[in-house]
Design a protein around this ligand. Structure first.
Ligand SMILES: *Cc1c(COP(=O)(O)O)cnc(C)c1O
Length: 387
């Protein structure tokens, strides 16, 4: 066998570019669309305070709905677990990283959700990218609500299944798609209990009935529901995060015992990654106890959201997430900057996180917010709107 015309340097045949200039072009394209993002160091502390660019702000942008991330009981429980077991967990769960706190937490989660079993993951993102490909593969169909979180899309794509999208919360559209689906494989329908950018909730019982009719499985993402907004959830598979209302970090999946065992064997983002560190486990453990025992925290957070909506003549909120749609990305950025001038941290959410033309301010309410701060915030919003 002879090799003909083999170039001495394979790169000669291609246009080569440094990594830096490759990245610069991409970044400039983002900036041209007003979509380039940058980091801003932010020191959070109790009572929704955030120190940012030398300014003391009150944050209305955290997902820490119950204020548990700064709760001394949660912090102390984390510290004592770290002192007992160390800073890291040492290995993946299947090797030596299965700290006993994992099972304690999983038992609490499955009790809370009314499922047989539960499994902790490193984060909600990892839970979705591990669970979805365990449930579905090439030849199967995954039907997603149009507004589900990016990591659900990532998991669906990783699965190799055929992905279909139904209009947000539109059961009739979901039905139309299911009627047209031709597969001998499985059908998996995924939605969120509370939608992260709009704060509205999914019609779970109607979706569950629909799934029953078509022999499809229903999976829900409860990232923004836990501890704040709970509706009857008939879904056999319920995932969520411990990084939001629980105030710590980590993800979980609740479901039938056999499925949880299958995840332990097959979910790559579980098998091939290190167990959560003891501090995190200790903190989650305390946080879940507080969520179970102190229902007033969730109620207080909801009351703060309601007060805000009432004062701005917005429809009553279904969750602690209240969007104020501005439109263009630049306008949303300017609005956010005006609120920051007045001491409020409210981040603008821009495409591609939300659809083009629906850039918004996303207000999130916490049990930690004081009514007088919400009133002053509303005053500033009204002022920014008229100027
Ligand atoms: C935040 C979020 C996740 C990811 O959870 P993390 O623990 O932050 O990785 C997943 N799904 C939804 C709907 C979310 O809002």
């Amino acid at each position: 066998m002879t090799q003909i015309n083999r170039p001495a340097n394979p790169a000669e045949h291609r246009r080569t570019k440094s990594i830096a200039s490759f990245a610069t072009e991409k970044l400039e394209a983002l900036a041209a669309k007003g979509l380039r993002r940058t980091l801003t160091p932010t020191a959070r502390s109790g009572q929704s305070k955030a120190l940012r660019t030398g300014r003391d702000l009150i944050s209305f942008s955290d997902n820490d709905y119950l204020g548990l991330s700064t709760d001394p009981r949660v912090i102390e429980a984390g510290i004592s677990a770290a002192k007992q077991y160390g800073a890291g967990s040492g290995a993946s769960r299947l090797v030596t990283g299965d700290n006993p706190l994992n099972l304690e937490i999983e038992t609490k989660l499955s009790t809370m959700k009314g499922t047989e079993a539960a499994l902790l993951f490193g984060s909600g993102y990892l839970a979705n990218v591990g669970t979805i490909p365990t449930l579905a593969r090439k030849g199967d169909v995954i039907l997603l609500d149009a507004l589900v979180h990016s990591c659900i899309h990532a998991g669906a794509r990783l699965s190799g299944a055929d992905i279909q999208i139904f209009r947000h919360n539109d059961i009739d559209h979901a039905r139309t798609i299911l009627e047209q689906v031709r597969t001998n494989g499985n059908i998996l329908v995924i939605t969120e209990t509370v939608f992260s950018m709009d704060g509205d909730s999914a019609p779970l019982s109607a979706l569950s009935v629909l799934c029953g009719e078509f022999g499809a499985w229903l999976m829900t993402d409860d990232a923004h529901g836990l501890g704040v907004f709970t509706q009857e959830n008939p879904a056999p598979i319920q995932m969520g995060t411990l990084s939001k209302a629980a105030g710590v970090y980590g993800g979980y999946v609740c479901g039938p015992n056999e499925f949880i065992q299958l995840l332990q064997n097959r979910a790559r983002s579980f098998v091939y990654t290190t167990g959560l560190p003891p501090f995190v486990l200790g903190a989650i453990n305390a946080s879940l106890d507080i969520i179970a025992q102190e229902k007033t925290l969730g109620i207080k957070a909801m009351e703060n959201a309601k007060l805000f909506c009432r004062m701005l003549n917005l429809p009553p909120p279904t969750s602690t997430i209240v969007p104020l749609i501005i439109g263009e990305a630049d306008a949303a950025m300017a609005f956010s900057a005006a609120l920051e001038e007045n001491g409020f941290l409210v981040t603008a959410i821009r495409p591609p996180t939300v659809a083009a033309g629906t850039a918004r301010l996303r207000f999130t309410f916490s049990a930690n917010h004081r009514q007088e701060d919400i009133k002053r915030l509303v005053g500033c919003i009204n002022e920014a709107r008229t100027t």
